[in-house]
Design a protein around this ligand. Structure first.
Ligand code: GTP
Length: 421
């Protein structure tokens, strides 16, 4: 795993065919026949610190063992000397219910928040969301668009530690980094460790922090054609956010003889599927029964569109600012053309700048060589001038040293001491 992108080899994809009751086969709304025939698909990002019950909740939500529940099996304890890397792991499963299929992909991020310094622990996760948007954008620009597989993240379950205090800086940092890219759904993990009163107060403090920080959570749209019953159901679901959840796939017997999924304590039993005990049912309704399609619509029409617009703007393409654009094939084709042209222009500009920098480098080199030559020339000239000057001086000296009346053709004579001159 690198900090920014996850190498393919580390992305585990396990495909299993599962059977078990989840609830999507009994959707309360009028679904398009096509959706029923084709089946549904959902890509769920799951983020939270170690051992907050993420695997257990996913298994509980989809009623199957997608993950081995062993908090120590998926990641070993970090070596305090080593920086902790966050990896991205993907598990896919086809769940079938009354002949209706749900193709589920869970994206899990082991290592999140486990370092001594967690400043950048969110980065590989945001990179993963972006890279899924990028791949979709790339596929959209290809000619055969009907075969695009939607691998974008449709929702992010963020697990908050049940401290009972308020959000931690890590929670705030992560949510701020991701809230404009995904439908963010915070949950209070292992809420059976808190009392009802503690949960209510904790929820309020979390919501206050979220509001103060300007963090946007998933909020289902209200349609004019919704009847009062639908509106009330939506309100009831959303009133529970952040969802205080408890997970367990264990079947236990209640004192009155019922077999339920739950957790057993000396003081009693917590029933997962009992709305008086926790918000699990409401969370499942949101994800699977009531708002699966809305999660995908918001991802496609708002979150992805915003990402796409920002990306195109970066490439120098202006487009219609309306977030919920109507699909117009001509407009789309025009945008694709613009995108392609912008890419080409970008490449051309890059090539030009490389060329220019090479040319200017060569020019600089030439100038330097020229200056060098000039300096050498000057040095040589100075040297020669100096030599000329010296020679001239020597010549003068010699001239001065010459006897005034030198005998011409005189025979060698003896000096006083008898030497020849
Ligand atoms: P990592 O993948 O290691 O980060 O763990 P995780 O977040 O997937 O947690 P996991 O589901 O493996 O659960 C960790 C431990 O917490 C297990 O012993 C679970 O039985 C327990 N656990 C899971 N959910 C709950 C819950 O809702 N309440 C309580 N009290 N314990 C839970």
């Amino acid at each position: 795993t690198t900090e920014s992108t996850v190498p393919k080899s580390e992305v585990k994809v396990i495909r299993r065919k599962l059977n078990g009751y989840v609830g999507f086969a009994n959707l309360p709304k009028q679904w398009h026949r096509k959706s029923i025939r084709r089946g549904f698909s959902l890509n769920l990002l799951v983020v939270g610190e170690r051992s907050l019950g993420k695997s257990t909740l996913i298994n509980t939500l989809f009623n199957k063992d997608l993950y081995p529940v062993d908090s120590f099996s998926k990641a070993s304890f970090p070596d305090p000397e080593e920086p902790v890397k966050v990896s991205v792991e993907t598990v896919s499963a086809d769940i079938e219910e009354n002949n209706v299929k749900l193709s589920l992909t869970v994206i899990d991020c082991p290592g999140f928040g486990e370092g001594i310094n967690n400043t950048d622990t969110w980065k590989p996760i945001v990179d993963e969301v972006n890279s899924r948007f990028d791949k979709y954008l790339e596929a959209e620009t290809k000619i055969n668009r009907s075969t695009i597989v939607d691998n974008r993240v449709h929702a992010c379950l963020y697990f908050i530690e049940p401290t009972g205090h308020s959000l931690k800086p890590l929670d705030i940092t992560f949510m701020k980094q991701i809230h404009e890219k995904v439908n963010l759904i915070p949950v209070i993990a292992k809420s059976d460790t808190l009392t009802e009163k503690e949960i209510q107060e904790f929820k309020q403090r979390i919501l206050d922090d979220i509001n103060n920080q300007g963090i946007k959570l998933f909020n289902p749209p209200e349609y004019d054609h919704d009847d009062e019953e639908t509106r009330a159901a939506s309100r009831q679901i959303m009133a529970k956010a952040p969802f205080a959840v408890v997970g367990s796939t264990n079947q236990i017997q209640t004192p009155d003889g019922r077999i339920v999924r739950g957790r057993s304590y000396p003081w009693g039993i917590i029933e997962i599927d009992n709305e008086d005990h926790c918000d699990f049912i409401k969370l499942r309704q949101l994800l699977i029964r009531n708002f699966m399609e809305e999660l995908k619509e918001i991802t496609a029409n708002k979150l992805y569109e915003n990402y796409r617009t920002a990306k195109l703007k970066k490439l120098g393409i202006e487009q219609d600012d309306s977030v919920f654009r109507e699909f117009d094939p001509v407009l789309k084709q025009e945008e694709e053309k613009q995108l392609h042209e912008a890419k080409l222009a970008n490449m051309e500009a890059q090539l030009r700048s490389i060329f220019q920098s090479k040319v200017s480098k060569e020019e600089k080199k030439l100038q330097e060589t020229e200056a060098d030559l000039f300096a050498k020339h000057k040095e040589m000239r100075d040297k020669l001038l100096k030599q000329i000057k010296l020679l001239e001086e020597k010549k003068k000296e010699l001239e001065l040293a010459k006897p005034l009346h030198e005998p011409t053709h005189s025979a060698p004579t003896k000096t006083r001491k008898g030497f020849l001159r």
